[in-house]
Design a protein around this ligand. Sequence first.
Ligand code: TRP
Ligand code: SF4
Length: 400
Amino acid sequence: MYQERVLSGMRPTGSLHLGHYHGVLKNWVRLQHDYPCLFFVADWHALTTHYDDPQGIEKATWDMVIDWLAAGVDPEQATLFIQSQVPEHAELHLLLSMMTPLGWLERVPTYKDQQEKLESKDLSTYGFLGYPLLQSADILIYRADKVPVGEDQVPHIEFSREIARRFNHLYGREPNFEEKVQAAIKSLGSKRARSYEHFRTRFQQDGDATAIAKAHALMDEVEGLSHEDRERLCGHLEGTGKMILVEPGALLTEASKMPGLDGHKMSKSYNNTITLREDEASVTQKIKRMPTDTNRVRRTDPGDPSRCPVWQLHEVYSDDTTKEWVQAGCRSAGIGCIECKQPVIDGILKEQAPMRERAQRYLDQPALVREIIADGNEKARCLARATMTDVRQAMGLNYR
Ligand code: TRP
Ligand code: SF4
């Protein structure tokens, strides 16, 4: 059966925090059960903004992989790898750069935004302009159907779709396309082959769009239909030629509502984070030092949870009974703030306990992490090579 492929990447920018856990990693862990997933460290992307100080990238990479594993990303289910260890990404990036209009890159909204935001850095570089194109290569090289990302990345996914479309338009007619299509139709079996032809006629002659969905459903049933043949059949169905590169879709991750220690969104740049594997004493300290409702000066002053960042953490970590206890106790000055913070501390420590435990194994045996990544790199390269063979062939670069 054809299974949609999921791919996502993260730049190695230092320890992950609970905002990453609630916003991204929990989602990855969920997805890995339902789809073949590829998750990678975008270390080249880190260089686009840290080219002047690349020394920290290696450590950040390994720390981040441990954070993923700690969060429950399972190397038995998902493929974990490092971008720079699959040099095919760079080759595809280069080939795509030949047909990418400069204006498309200049118009990506993150380009100007980030340049303005990070104005202390000189980001008028070739690499930084090409950021979304490198990201497109990351995605297209695996023919990923779904890319889980946050809202800020949606323009990049859109961009990848446009690049795939342009590529297919320019190079999509592989030599022997017709022959290969006929062989692929034959491999459906005679009964399905007849239905496929029927749906194709219905779409192309009668413009019946439902026929496309039906043909896709029919292909889904076929055991062992290769990615490549499926693409040929899709191309033939819609009369577009072979789709060498697959247009990905964004799988929008709901924006993390994880509040930080000051009530603003948890983020490294606000300096209000708790890291994924922060030690217990430090977590306890940080929560104890959190500001509370500023109107509650004395223990006897009643407070208002809606004016208190601690309450926001109760919303993430506490059950209804505890939340009612907070609401009533705060408003009546029945409880003190120290008391109120304890269930939050307990909640965070409880969430972190299994993460710390999983991480410890990898900290004790770093070779395990290296093996997981070596294995993932190999699997990823295998997929990437297959796409590159088609890409080179489509562009007339398969010299023998
Ligand atoms: N740009 C992404 C981010 O900052 C990271 C990234 C690089 C990525 N390549 C990717 C995400 C490919 C998804 C798919 O979050
Ligand atoms: Fe905040 Fe709890 Fe203190 Fe109320 S009792 S101000 S919710 S910490």
